[in-house]
Design a protein around this ligand. Structure first.
Ligand code: FMN
Length: 361
C-alpha cells in the first residue's frame, strides 16, 4: 500500500514523499533586469522547508513569441542559467527537487518581444478581435529548437528535470486540440498530425539533454472544449511518448477559453477531488512512465485513496499551496484537516494581491 509520506522515485527523480508543488505562474519576472531568483527563492524555500518533495516552476517562455506577459520568465535570456542555478541550490539545500516547466503560450501569448501578433496552429482572433497568425512550418521548426535549447539551459542550471507544457490551451495543447488546430498540412488533421509537434519537441529535447536526464510532460486528457482531444487520442499520444522514453506524465485538462474549459475548476465536493484522476488511472494501466495526477486534491485521506487505486505515483497541488505553503508539513505532523483552499482562483489576479505567498513573501 502506498503512503503519502514515504520516499519514492517519480520520473527518474528520488522524492522524499508523494507531494509535488504543481507548476504555478508566480508573476515575479523583472523584464528590465531579467531576474527573478531573489523574489522566487523565498517562496520556494518556504515550500521546500515545509515538506514539499519537488517544486515545478511556473511556466518559462522558450522564445520571444512565447510569453503570456512581461512577468513571465524568459528561458532564453542570458541571465536564465545563473538565476535558475540560485533556485536549484536553495531548493536542494532544503531536501527538495526542482523541475523547470518550459512553455510556448501560442495564441495566448501577450508579450511578443519584437512586436507582431501571437502565433497558433491556425489563424484566429482573440476575445478582443486581435489577430492570431497560423505558424509556418519554419516557425514550427524554430519553436521545436527553442524548446530543446531551453531544456539544455535548465539542465546546465542543475534542475532535476525539465517539464514540457503540453496542457491548458497553450501552443502544444492547441496543436493537439481540434478546437484550435484546423491545419491541413502534416501538423493537423488526424491525431498523428496534431501530435507531430509534440513528438518533435520531445525528440529534440531528449536529443539535447541526453538519454539519462529526466524529461516530464504535462498534458490534457480532455480539453473541455467542443471539439476536444478524444480519450483514446490522449492515451495514444502518451503511449507514443512512453515508447520514446518520457519519464513522467502529469495528467491535466482544460483549454482555458471559457469558464467551462478552466484548468482550475471549483472543487466544492469531495467527489470532485481528483478531477482528472480517472484518466490518470487509465493511463497508469499501460504506461511505463510515472503518472502524476493534478487538480482538485484537497483532503489527505482522499489523496491516499487515489494513490492506491492504481498506478498514480504522486499528486501535485497548486492552489492549496498558494493558500497554505506549509500544508504538507501540517499533514506530516498529523493535522490531517483538509486544505483550506476554496478554489476561488483569485490567486490568478495579481491586482487582488492574491499572488502566490503575497502575505508571506
Ligand atoms: C495562479 C495559478 C498559476 C498557474 N500557473 C501554471 C503554470 O505556470 N503552468 C501550469 O502547467 N499550470 C499552472 N496552473 C495550473 C495548476 O498547475 C494546476 O494544474 C491547477 O491549478 C489545478 O490544480 P489545483 O486544484 O491543485 O489548483 C496555475 C494555476 C494557478 C491557480
Amino acid at each position: 500500500m502506498k503512503k503519502l509520506f514515504e520516499s519514492t522515485v517519480v520520473g527518474g527523480i528520488a522524492l522524499r514523499n508523494r507531494f509535488i508543488r504543481s507548476a504555478t505562474f508566480e508573476y515575479v519576472y523583472d523584464n528590465e533586469s531579467e531576474t527573478f531568483a531573489d523574489k522566487l527563492l523565498p517562496m520556494y524555500e518556504k515550500l521546500a522547508s515545509n515538506g514539499v518533495a519537488a517544486i515545478i516552476t511556473g511556466m518559462v517562455g522558450v522564445d520571444e513569441n512565447s510569453r503570456a506577459g512581461s512577468v513571465m520568465v524568459k528561458g532564453y535570456a542570458q541571465s536564465f542559467v545563473p538565476e535558475v542555478s540560485k533556485l536549484t541550490a536553495g531548493v536542494h539545500s532544503l531536501g527538495a527537487k526542482l523541475i523547470v516547466q518550459i512553455n510556448h503560450c501560442g495564441q495566448k501569448a501577450r508579450t511578443i518581444d519584437k512586436g507582431g501578433c501571437p502565433l497558433g496552429p491556425s489563424a484566429a482572433s482573440d476575445a478582443q478581435g486581435n489577430p492570431i497568425k497560423s505558424m509556418s512550418q519554419e516557425q514550427i521548426r524554430s519553436v521545436v529548437n527553442s524548446f530543446a535549447e531551453t531544456a539544455v539551459r535548465c539542465q546546465r542550471a542543475g534542475a532535476d528535470a525539465v517539464r514540457i507544457h503540453a496542457a491548458h490551451g497553450y501552443l502544444l495543447s492547441e496543436f493537439l486540440n481540434p478546437y484550435f488546430n484546423k491545419r491541413t498540412d502534416a501538423y493537423g488533421g488526424s491525431i498523428e498530425g496534431r501530435a507531430r509537434i509534440v513528438f518533435e519537441v520531445y525528440d529534440a529535447v531528449r536529443k539535447a539533454v541526453g538519454k539519462d536526464y529526466p524529461v516530464w510532460i504535462k498534458i490534457n486528457c480532455k480539453d473541455l472544449t467542443e471539439p476536444s482531444i478524444a480519450p483514446q487520442e490522449f492515451q495514444w499520444v502518451c503511449s507514443e511518448l512512453d515508447k520514446r522514453g518520457i519519464d513522467a506524465i502529469e495528467v491535466s485538462g482544460g483549454a482555458m477559453v471559457s469558464q467551462e474549459s478552466a484548468s482550475t475548476p471549483l472543487i466544492k465536493k469531495e467527489e470532485n477531488e481528483g478531477y482528472f484522476g480517472r484518466e490518470a488511472l487509465k493511463l497508469g494501466e499501460t504506461t511505463s512512465a510515472s503518472v502524476i495526477s493534478v487538480c482538485g486534491y484537497r483532503t489527505p485521506q482522499i489523496i491516499e485513496e487515489w494513490l492506491n487505486k492504481g498506478n498514480i505515483e504522486a499528486i501535485s497541488l497548486c492552489r492549496p499551496l498558494i493558500s497554505e505553503p506549509d500544508l504538507i508539513a501540517r499533514w506530516e505532523k498529523g493535522d490531517m484537516r483538509k486544505a483550506r483552499c476554496i478554489s476561488c482562483s483569485k490567486c490568478f489576479n495579481p491586482e487582488l494581491k492574491c499572488i502566490p505567498f503575497a502575505k508571506d513573501a
